[in-house]
Ligand binder design. Structure first.
Ligand code: COA
Length: 287
């Protein structure tokens, strides 16, 4: 397990060790849960989106905080077989899994202890549903009849400059029709959707004009809030901007860089940031 975490998932040794040690505390109930989680992956390889696994409760013990990680790691061989079947090589498989190491680090930063609160997210990775192409991740979402591409942004991977966005989307436009022609054939133009705090137009009032986040947001046509429930705004800002849990008081949030200072200025002025849904306007990228 430690080797897989360190060498394939890019985990920090501290997280890999904590996960391996916590596994010793798995009782019958948690083992049963992990077994059911594994089967939910194995039964839906290549499926859309991610699976609705529960998050560990706030008072979870060591083993329970990692319980979703174990079936994910057990499913890595399934993912590799799936990838090989569509001609995705080992380097690309490893790249997909690096997100696990990132989220283990983020978990430690947010909660002050190791664990994996968003194990459900990685059911997309190990089911062969999400791919990292350059700076962006692309997840097959929608339905089989009306598939669409979900666009996701890892925290680790450097700035989100417009050139890197264009390069990624260009790669996705080649990759998915080649690997999944039954879903993204030539008769069906690919649509890219993104649901994120990054698309909140209120950020324009607070971030500097040079900000990549604003340039990214400008590439999307928003779906009106009246048709989209943007429930996660607060939690996403706390998680992705400040790396803190949603119950952290505003006064305790760090303000160490331009983004945090700018977003904080809005919070102090009473702005309720929102998670917004948008469709990528490919023309604005010249694609
Ligand atoms: C999206 C992201 C890559 C944009 O980064 P970027 O291209 O550097 O963005 P900007 O140009 O707008 O901002 C640059 C400034 O914000 C800071 N910054 C950028 N992302 C940050 C983050 N996640 N946390 C804290 N500070 C961040 C940079 O350090 C820089 O500050 P500085 O000028 O004082 O050095 C970055 O915000 C990020 O990693 N976010 C986490 C992942 C995420 O939110 N994904 C979407 C989930 S829905």
């Amino acid at each position: 397990m430690r080797e897989l975490l360190l060498e394939w998932c890019g985990a920090d040794p501290e997280d890999a060790l904590a996960a391996a040690e916590a596994a010793r505390g798995l009782d019958d109930g948690l083992l049963d849960l992990a077994g059911r989680m594994y089967r939910s992956i194995a039964d839906d390889m290549g499926g859309r989106m991610w699976l609705r696994w529960p998050k560990p409760p706030a008072d979870a013990g060591d083993a329970e905080r990692f319980v979703g990680l174990y079936p994910l790691l057990e499913a890595v061989p399934l993912m590799i077989d799936f990838h090989r079947g569509i001609g995705v090589d080992e380097a690309e498989s490893r790249l997909v899994l690096q997100d696990i190491g990132e989220k283990l680090r983020l978990n430690r930063q947010m909660y002050g202890r190791p664990g994996l609160d968003v194990a459900f997210w990685f059911t997309a990775h190990v089911r062969g549903t999400i791919y990292q192409l350059g700076r962006l991740q692309f997840c097959m979402e929608g339905t089989k009849a009306a598939p669409r591409m979900g666009l996701h942004i890892r925290g680790e991977g450097g700035p989100l400059g417009p050139e890197s966005v264009r390069d990624s989307v260009e790669r996705a436009l080649e990759f998915f029709p080649a690997k999944f022609p039954e879903l993204f054939g030539p008769e069906r133009p690919m649509t890219f959707m993104c649901s994120s705090w990054l698309l909140d137009p209120q950020l324009r009032d607070w971030l500097p004009e040079r900000s990549n986040i604003l340039k990214f947001g400008a590439l999307f046509d928003l779906v009106g809030p009246e048709t989209y429930a943007n429930a996660g705004g607060h939690d996403d800002i706390w998680r992705f901007v400040f790396a803190r849990t949603p119950d952290t008081p505003m006064e305790e949030l760090p303000t160490e860089n331009t983004l945090q200072k700018s977003v904080m200025a809005g919070l102090k002025a009473g702005v309720g940031y929102q998670t917004r849904l948008g469709g990528l306007n490919r023309k604005r990228l010249g694609l």
